[in-house]
Design a protein around this ligand. Structure first.
Ligand SMILES: [Zn+2]
Length: 56
């Protein structure tokens, strides 16, 4: 079964387990909220969106 990035939907062989985080607009560089459910992201998304690496 082909897997796809859960963020952008592009099929990719190299996907990483991450948890999406939301940055605090009032405090740059600080995390306001972290998603509880891990997602599979492609490398491209992990370079563009804030996230935490999830241990497999
Ligand atoms: Zn992606």
């Amino acid at each position: 079964m082909e897997r796809a990035c859960e963020n952008c939907g592009i099929p990719d062989v190299e996907l990483l387990h991450v948890r999406r985080v939301y940055m605090d607009p009032d405090h740059p560089g600080e995390i306001a909220e972290t998603e509880e459910d891990p997602e599979l992201w492609c490398i491209s998304c992990t370079t563009q969106y804030p996230h935490l690496a999830e241990e497999a």
